[in-house]
Ligand binder design. Structure first.
Ligand code: GCV
Length: 702
């Protein structure tokens, strides 16, 4: 625990094992690190903290290469440090992209050294964290020869934090960590957040919610709802952002802001925000100048336009490209970027088709400093969805994949649901855009303006993430954004070892729990055949999204007495036709469509036979039941760790798994009752109970 009493997450730096510790001490007890830039200050601070933990000795920091010691760690650029220039190929280092680094074990004047080098200071930060990760994982450091560069240029966390109420939309870990009322006063927690982010390679943070206006509260001019994000664009607001930027800068993290499309009206009483109006254009240009005067390394603006009540170019009959480009022109002279979200839906019978229909025709029309940010699936972060059709459809536009780290639909701050396997599926999905072997991840790493964005998960809770095990999702997001080729097992193993130490029984158990958690959630929350939106929404604005309530959403699952699922085939909504061949053909036919997506693409009779002869309804029952069994098993596996990990963390997770079992049972009972009510086909094992308490909640009437 840090002084402010919150968790260190994966940066615990527990003492290394005896044998390993000697080797680490030889090479790292003395540190020769360059000084100067803010990033180097962060490197030195981290090394001091980490080595004190790992080596159980405070390191000695040198300003020149020490000659009286057995070995040392050197961190710096070859330009600044001759000893480093002697130890690595300077050409190779110079060729590294921004953030890339090189680590080598070398002998230098008889001393056993480790060299961490890069061509940029940010690269030194990442290289340092990489070395520390290896040490925290207990790996040897006497024979290192590592070169890494981030695959994706932009690796950003999007906070859905309301700066003035300090709440977090879809946040399950308490209030926002950003205390805007007290800013520009700084807190130690900002530094620790920046450390966590940089340690996994995140290089951007959007500080405020994309919902800059509360839906349903009238037009921009009537905006009354409580001073949301747009106020950060005023002088006072920018001073606060600049203060945060001064912390993040040391860790190579750039700040971004979500802006309301009608900002000229909200801030300066303009009577239009029409992107083609010259006064509006000038307003954005002036605003960008003000922002960059205050924060020279500002990243840019994120915009949710024409979606769920937010203002946008449609208010003026302009396209999204026209809308985005006016902001892009304003940011361009300062090196800034517009992140424009593709999350739009309205008035369409099948919401899945809309993002593609809106944006694909605009391919090539966005300026170079616009990134189109697309959610991983066509609907909305469901436990399982097919991959968005826009990936692979817009090669004239920089695309970013938006993933949701916070668990809006996957058990919120309570359920253990490890999302790395879901994200791997998205990143590895073969779009076939340029024939076989065109994985989606190549789209996000394909250019400087592309990347990966994740909806943030942290809050004031001492665990940061609400559920302790959800820290693994934040960790995994960063690691995959840096290197989407990492396999799930590697990411899991790294996180577990750094978080819980080296006890093999603990590593096996925690890794196994994480591994089995997503399939279980998919099973009890959906029945596992591609159904979506089975959750409770509640009265307008309650939007619980945690409890089960399938009857609320007939348009999303299509359950009728003759069958279930939505027909998105060529004969149905046609969504399937947005994929390249042979994906389209495969999904179009229920015989070839992968079972886990079957009911997303097809409306099928309840007694439709699956490949193994089981009927659809029976498989739905079976999956709901087995999902609960797995969660019970997860709970027991965790209970076997009593006494093997500290009591505080043990109890925290144990309590949440208890709750998850109860909640999974509610999901199961509600869903199977719902399937039974519509199909009138009993479970062949006689397990389906139908009682007043699990009868599906009736649809909302608004
Ligand atoms: C920020 C879903 C969520 C909303 C979210 C929206 C979005 O609808 O429930 O909370 O709003 O997605 O991504 O813009």
């Amino acid at each position: 625990m840090s002084l402010e009493s919150y968790d260190d997450c994966w940066l615990r730096y527990e003492p290394a094992d005896g044998e390993r510790r000697e080797s680490y001490r030889t090479r790292c007890e003395n540190v020769y690190a360059s000084v100067g830039s803010p990033e180097l200050g962060a490197v030195r601070d981290e090394l001091r903290r980490a080595m004190t933990g790992l080596l159980e000795r405070e390191p000695h920091l040198w300003q020149h290469p020490p000659r009286s010691v057995e070995g040392f760690l050197a961190v710096g650029t070859p330009d600044e440090m001759e000893m480093i220039a002697d130890s690595v190929s300077t050409d190779r280092v110079a060729a590294l992209g921004d953030g890339g680094f090189r680590i080598r074990s070398v002998e230098w004047e008889g001393a056993e050294c480790v060299v961490v080098t890069a061509s940029t200071d940010r690269g030194l930060v990442y290289g340092t964290f990489h070395l520390l990760r290896r040490m925290a994982n207990g790996h040897p450091i006497d024979d290192l020869d590592v070169t890494e560069e981030p695959a994706n240029h932009e690796r950003v966390i999007d906070h859905w934090d309301d700066p003035f109420r300090r709440s977090v939309e879809r946040g399950y870990a308490g209030p926002s960590i950003f205390d805007w009322e007290r800013l520009p006063d700084l807190r130690e927690r900002y530094v620790d957040y920046a450390r966590l982010l940089a340690s996994v390679g995140i290089n951007g943070v959007v500080l405020n919610n994309v919902n800059t206006k509360i839906p349903g509260r009238g037009s921009a001019n009537e905006f009354v709802s409580g001073k949301a994000g747009w106020q950060l664009l005023t002088q006072d607001g920018l001073e606060k952002v600049a203060a945060l930027a001064s912390v993040f800068r040391r860790y190579g993290v750039r700040p971004y802001l979500s802006v309301n499309y009608a900002a000229p009206m909200l801030i300066d009483d303009y009577d239009t925000a029409d992107p083609l109006d010259p006064d509006v254009e000038e307003w954005w240009a002036r605003k960008a100048e003000e922002v960059y005067d205050a924060i020279p390394d500002f990243g840019g603006f994120l915009v949710k336009a024409d979606s769920e009540g937010q203002n946008g170019p449609y208010d003026y009959d302009r396209t999204h490209a026209e809308g985005a480009n006016v902001l892009a022109r304003a940011l361009e002279p300062h090196g800034g970027r517009v992140w424009w979200r593709a999350f739009v839906y309205a008035d369409h019978d099948d919401r899945a088709v809309q993002a593609y229909e809106t944006f694909e025709p605009l391919d090539g029309e966005f300026l170079d400093n616009v990134t189109l940010q697309v959610k991983n699936g066509p609907i909305d972060f469901q436990p399982r969805e097919p991959v968005s059709t826009l990936f692979g459809a817009m090669d004239g536009t920089d695309l970013a994949c938006e993933l949701q780290i916070t668990q809006e639909y996957t058990g919120q701050g309570v359920h253990t649901c490890y999302l790395v396997p879901q994200w791997k599926e998205v990143l590895d999905f073969d779009t076939h855009a340029s024939g076989e072997g065109s994985p989606a991840k190549d789209v996000f790493s394909g250019s400087e303006g592309a990347g990966i964005a994740g909806v943030g998960v942290v809050g004031e809770d001492p665990t940061w993430t609400g559920n302790y095990l959800s820290q693994a999702n934040l960790y995994g997001f960063g690691r995959l954004a840096w290197d989407p080729d990492l396999d799930t097992e590697t990411v899991t193993d790294e996180w577990v070892r750094q978080t819980f130490g080296g006890d093999p029984a603990v590593i096996d158990t925690v890794s196994g729990i994480l591994h089995d958690s997503l399939p279980a959630t998919v099973d009890y929350e959906t029945g596992g055949l591609g159904l979506i939106h089975m959750m409770y929404n509640g009265e307008a604005r309650l939007e619980n999204h945690y409890d089960p309530s399938p009857a609320e959403w007939p348009g999303y699952h299509g359950a009728t007495e003759d069958g279930i699922g939505i027909d998105r085939t060529s004969g149905g909504s046609g969504y399937v036709g947005q994929y390249h061949e042979p994906v389209a053909e495969t999904y179009d036919d229920p015989e070839t469509c992968p079972e886990e997506l079957l009911l997303f693409f097809h409306h099928l009779p309840w007694e439709y036979e699956l490949a193994d002869g089981t009927t659809v309804v029976q498989r739905l029952y079976d999956n709901c039941f087995s999902g609960v069994e797995v969660v019970r098993d997860l709970r027991e596996r965790w209970q076997a760790l009593a006494g093997r990990i500290d009591d505080r963390r043990y109890r925290h997770v144990a309590e949440r798994l208890e709750e998850q079992v109860v909640q999974a049972e509610r999901w199961r009972d509600t869903l199977v009752a719902f399937f039974y009510e519509h199909s009138e086909i009993p479970d062949e094992h006689g397990r389906v109970p139908l009682t007043e308490s699990n009868r599906a909640v009736p649809p909302r009437e608004d």
